[in-house]
Ligand binder design. Sequence first.
Ligand code: ATP
Ligand code: MG
Length: 251
Amino acid sequence: MIRFENVVKRFGDNTVLDDLNFEVAKGERVTLIGPSGSGKTTILRLVMTLEDLTDGYIYIDGQPFTYEPRGGRRVRQKQKDINKVSTKIGMVFQQFNLFPNMTVVENIVEAPIHVLGRGKEEAHARARELLELVGLSDKVDAHPTRLSGGQQQRVAIARALAMDPEILLLDEVTSALDPELVGEVLGVLRDVASSTDITMLIVTHEMQFAQEVSDRVMMFDHGRIIEDGEPGALFSAPREQRTRDFLQAVL
Ligand SMILES: Nc1ncnc2c1ncn2[C@@H]1O[C@H](COP(=O)(O)OP(=O)(O)OP(=O)(O)O)[C@@H](O)[C@H]1O
Ligand SMILES: [Mg+2]
């Protein structure tokens, strides 16, 4: 579903990802862990096309995405073609990024109506279903500023799901929350994971959650995968000293 092939990302002369290769299968849930600055957010932002690839290729569903090899050269795709694939990909950020001037339901129907061309009624009906899924049926017409952080983040999850993504990217979605609000957001994500077959790429420091929902964990350091395995094995018996040190620090 997602494949990185010889991916390089530089910011100026800082090489953040150097010849990165990995693959995430359709429906797979993969958690990225690793120290601050190891490139986790950059990977998600590349998939979301919020950053430009310096070199290499990303494949989505077997097709090159953003850049493609053509006649021995690496060519940027037309924005129209990139956008078509982008609608399959949703992301939830640490800082919820809701539109503050819109109500909860307006936040959720905005992209389905304006990007996918869904009808108003259909979009609103789906939004109400999703608000029920995230436990916020009573907040349809509320303004985000009146909601707790956990509630805002649940709206952000509903908003991402409203696009019917095939891929969902989650970047430390509970890190900005007060500890007592973390559980409600993780609970919603557990429901999403168990009730859909959305492919997920997750960055989190919640190791218990990572262990429950992920099929695989990739440990990054300096933009490289230093260990990759099934979560039970990787958390209980890491092969690499660097992974052991990292887990010791976060647990
Ligand atoms: N827009 C940017 N401009 C310049 N450098 C950047 C930019 N975004 C990220 N970087 C650099 O890329 C490296 C990787 O950053 P990234 O945010 O991907 O790390 P991370 O693993 O998500 O870290 P954290 O756990 O702190 O979120 C860092 O050295 C960072 O300073
Ligand atoms: Mg990050």
